[in-house]
Design a protein around this ligand. Structure first.
Ligand code: ZN
Length: 498
């Protein structure tokens, strides 16, 4: 591993990597096991580690080496990608004063706990001062990074997905809105699908047993990975030999655990598949947030909600829950897990309405960064937008603006990646069907073959290739959301007969 990097660079990278590993482990622990009362104290450690990370990245000799690496036209693809990514990180961090970066990271660490409590107690006022501070820092840092004439929110977006500016995203979301909103109206006017049986009582331990089995069925390598529980399911990794994910178990909603698990397994497979040569280097992770989300959404929705996928699996589920599902046919089950129903919670949203949730967040983030809307006004704006796009209004902030952790993490500009990834997943599927008998493989339970294809065409590159280049090579064209709207129209026309 790391063979492609010079001996001069390695010690610096190893130090950076060690600090990042410590930070990732603390975050993982905070989400999955640390006692609640510890957060405030651990936050100090997190602030210090963030500052240490910044110092390590900005070591003058290291900066020199990286800029040489970036400029070397004879370098390999992996070397140049490493130079490009690290130069981006250096350029960002060198503009931020070290004390401010430490403070900001300490506030983020505190905000995570404050947000969690505020959500539980439906107390937006408790979280608002933190949100205000975080926004203030993000704006300040974005202004320091901005190239001449570049808008602040475009700086934020650039961090997660290169090339997807407000201009590109505005037209992407406009296309989604134009296709999805009328389709949703038609679906709502059609006879609704019965899903009451999904709200019977499903033992948590049995759900867990099924989910652990399902992860292995999907080809997750448990020797190099771990599955625990957390309020919000997520995936993180130290490197491709240590990939960790979580799900959650609700007694009256087994589909929540199952589809969260399938989603996170999509993320996890991507990370586990990255070439060993890239392990513990800056290019040893996924190509971008959007590309990552394309994998999780592909597994969760395109494979995981298909009839072909469940044909060999449903028997196992009914054996696990004979009382709850004994009287439910496979067809009834498939219809239920694909039903479209506007709801208030993004992570529980169906395929048809999901991107509308993202659109709400995107528009609000734009208002925060470009129109300076105040933190106080946000809950009302949130509720209005839900009413406008989804036809429902949250009755409290816990099921409204407080539902996602992203803003407490300072991750403004991240949400659009979910919609982009979802659209990319349909584009990839379109290509995959030309190369593989996808349905037949699913019916035969040969998930390993689908996985091997994904590894070969996409996963193993890590971040050596840019998302746009991977798509171009994989599908023969750049990002094209047309496949996604087509996929939705075909699927929901069939389900609801509209
Ligand atoms: Zn995800």
């Amino acid at each position: 591993m790391q063979e492609f990097l010079s001996d001069a660079i390695k010690p610096y990278l190893n130090r950076i990597n060690a600090i990042r590993t410590a930070m990732t482990l603390i975050e993982w622990d905070n989400e999955t096991g640390a006692p609640k009362g510890a957060a405030e104290y651990t936050a100090n450690v997190q602030g210090v580690l963030a500052a240490e990370y910044q110092r390590a990245v900005l070591e003058p000799d290291f900066v020199k080496l990286i800029r040489q690496l970036k400029a070397d036209e004879n370098g390999t693809e992996a070397q140049r990608a490493t130079g490009r990514l690290l130069d981006k990180e250096i350029s960002k961090l060198e503009k931020i004063p070290i004390e401010e970066y430490e403070n900001y990271n300490r506030i983020l660490a505190q905000a995570a706990g404050v947000w969690q409590k505020a959500k539980k107690e439906n107390d937006y006022a408790a979280f608002a001062p933190y949100l205000e501070l975080i926004i203030e820092y993000c704006k300040k840092f974005a202004a320091l990074q901005a190239k001449e004439g570049q808008k602040l929110y475009d700086v934020m977006l650039e961090e997660f997905e290169e090339g997807f500016t407000m201009e590109v995203l505005d037209s992407f979301f406009a296309e989604l809105k134009e296709k999805i909103v009328p389709l949703l109206k038609k679906v709502q006017a059609a006879p609704q699908i019965d899903a009451d049986f999904l709200h019977r009582k499903y033992d948590r331990e049995k759900q867990k047993e099924f989910c652990l089995w399902l992860a292995e069925y999907l080809d997750f390598d448990s020797d190099r990975g771990l599955i625990l529980e957390s309020e919000h399911p997520f995936t993180t990794n130290l490197h491709n030999h240590d990939v960790r994910m979580t799900t959650h178990y609700y007694e009256d909603a087994p589909d929540s655990a199952v589809f969260s698990l399938i989603h996170e397994t999509g993320h996890a497979l991507y990370e586990q598949d990255i070439d060993d040569e890239l392990t513990q280097t800056p290019v040893g992770g996924g190509s971008s947030m959007g590309m990552h989300e394309s994998q999780s959404r592909f597994y969760e929705n395109i494979l995981g909600r298909s009839e072909a996928f469940w044909e060999p699996v449903y028997k196992k589920l009914t054996e696990t829950f004979p009382q709850q599902l004994g009287d439910v046919t496979l067809r009834q089950f498939i219809r239920a897990i694909n039903r479209a129903e506007p709801g208030l919670i993004r992570t529980e949203a169906d395929e048809l309405t999901y991107c509308l949730h993202i659109m709400v967040r995107y528009e609000i983030e734009k208002m925060i960064f470009e129109e300076n809307v105040s933190v106080k006004e946000l809950p009302e704006i949130w509720a209005d937008k839900y009413e406008e796009y989804l036809g429902i209004r949250p009755e409290n902030d816990a099921e409204g603006i407080l539902q996602d952790i992203h803003w407490a993490n300072g991750s403004f500009g991240y949400f659009p990646s979910y919609a982009l990834g979802t659209a990319i997943s349909a584009q990839i599927y379109h290509q995959m069907k030309k190369d593989l008998p996808v349905d037949a493989l699913l019916r035969e339970g040969k998930l390993d073959q689908i996985h091997a294809y994904m590894k070969e065409r996409l996963h193993h590159f890590g971040a050596v290739k840019k998302t746009g280049d991977i798509l171009e090579e994989f599908c023969g064209e750049g990002f094209n959301p047309g496949y996604y709207t087509e996929y939705l129209e075909e699927k929901f026309a069939g389900l609801y007969g509209v």
